[in-house]
Design a protein around this ligand. Sequence first.
Ligand SMILES: [Zn+2]
Length: 375
Amino acid sequence: MKGPRSARNIWTWRGSTLAFEPAVTGTWHAARSGRDIAAELFLIDEDDAAVRDTQTGAILARGTRSSLVVSRRVGSVPRRIGFPDDSVFVSRDNDGVDRLLADTIGHGSRWLVEIERFRPRLIVLVAAVALLAVGVYRFAVPLLVEAAVLATPEIVPELMSKGVLASLDETVFSQSTLSEQRRAGIATGFLELAAFAPRGAARFKLQFRDGGSIGPNAFALPDGTLVITDELIELAGSDDDLIFGVLGHEIGHVEHDHSLRQLYHAAGVVGLIMVIGGDVGSGVQDLLVQGTALLALSYSRHQERDADRYSVEIMARAGRDPAAIARFFELMRARFGDVGDGAILTTHPATGERIEETRRYAAEIAQNGAAAPSD
Ligand SMILES: [Zn+2]
């Protein structure tokens, strides 16, 4: 017993003089022993760690640092450091254990320590992923929408438009009761106006309907079919420019593919990818052809402003009153109030700001000469 004892004393001495780091206090128990001994973990040198009896200073276990098995740090759960002789040192001093062993422990445990160290960076990473997801919605979806609009075969807006008009004819519309002559006059003026649109008059078609419950209204279907109700024409009285101002606004919605864009926004990322990928499966087909999907959509404020400006531009080009659309909104507001029952107001709110802006732009266009309608 004497030899080993003196050897242990030497280790103690070396440990205390080399003292790379302060010792970590805890308890130690030998392999297959339930008896705890108050002990300290310390570094002998760069490569070796050891445990000594707190009272006697006797070395209880030792091993190269890479041979130690260090348990993962989990809250305040005591750390267990396994030695090659299967004895275990246990300490509640998590910081002390990390300080002593964090960058020296074996491969088996190192990555766990790395994760612990990585935690602040992990939080940053999670935040970055969340931001990316927001970014996808903010920026990638609009890009996907643009791609889908470009990838849409012509037959799709045609099918959509036919579907919408058919369902409206079934539910709210009835045949126009306007005189043949009145309709012909408006149709002619409309074709003259549409001739100034980049896609040309041949791509537009005007339909007259009795609006029924939707009252004075006009709207554009994505294939270039425009529908105007008798009620709107009657509301305009003898002011034909007012009618053409509204139709110019609707031509703007068609030229800018507004309804297709709104529909694709609503279709979401999966629907968009299917459209772009050319897989117009039955689900997407339903969505595209179903009138209700299109009818439920309303244009964004931005799109409305674009269509207003479009009306001003194309009316000026056609030699008509560019401010007619503003007059229409004023008429609607006077008739139905700001948020009145007029169906067109729910999709086309006649706000004072909108009227003002349209009048301002009309004055600007009148002064500078009519520019080509933006495409
Ligand atoms: Zn509009």
